[in-house]
Write a protein that binds this ligand. Sequence first.
Ligand code: DX5
Ligand code: ZN
Length: 235
Amino acid sequence: MVELLPSILSADFARLGEEVQAAERGGGTVIHVDVMDGHFVPNLTLGPPVVKSLRRVTHLPLDCHMMIENPDDFVEAFADAGANWMSVHYEACRHLHRTLELIAHHGMQPAVVINPATEVDLLIPILGMVHHVLVMSVNPGFGGQSFIPYSLNKIRRLKELRQELGLSYRIEVDGGVAHDTIALVVEAGAELLVAGSAVFSGGNPEQDARELLEAAQLAAERMESDSRIATGNQS
Ligand code: DX5
Ligand code: ZN
């Protein structure tokens, strides 16, 4: 099942509660929260107090994308603030296996993220530990950048590996997911679709979220019917 994850990075932070609720009415099912430290990425955003405030305005899972160095230092604080999913960068973790265990220990769904220049197969040893894998389809740090097409190969590879290894992680994509790219990422195999500027920059997050989700669902239905035809099962 495809899901839309509105990324609050492009929302109006002075009206964050209303923005999140509008994206939720438009069909967003998980709220994507970008945490940046000015070191791992060249931008600064937010910390546990904002997560705590978000927790009061929505019941949706909060998906914290940690673009920070030494994420272990903040796992407990984000869990206490109400985060539900936490993804850490392969490139930022010296002991990734330990960090994923720590996240699970604090009751959150652990996940790993890879930058555009990082190869999917490096994740094979830890794929059995994660709730999802996040493929960055832009270099992390800013909203509104262009989608990097090679990301589609990485999404396809993750889908293939999941089948080969008999695992059940979900595949998330983040960066440049908009009206012109959303069908492509779904066709490649992405299920958790993060969208920031495409939801919040047009002035009508409810409508933009709804239209994105509809485009994603149509692409998913097309794929399903194509695979039924390919396997000869038309029921
Ligand atoms: C970028 C963030 C994204 C960002 C995506 O580093 O991780 O979540 O909000 O923004 P768009 O959808 O505008 O590319
Ligand atoms: Zn993100």
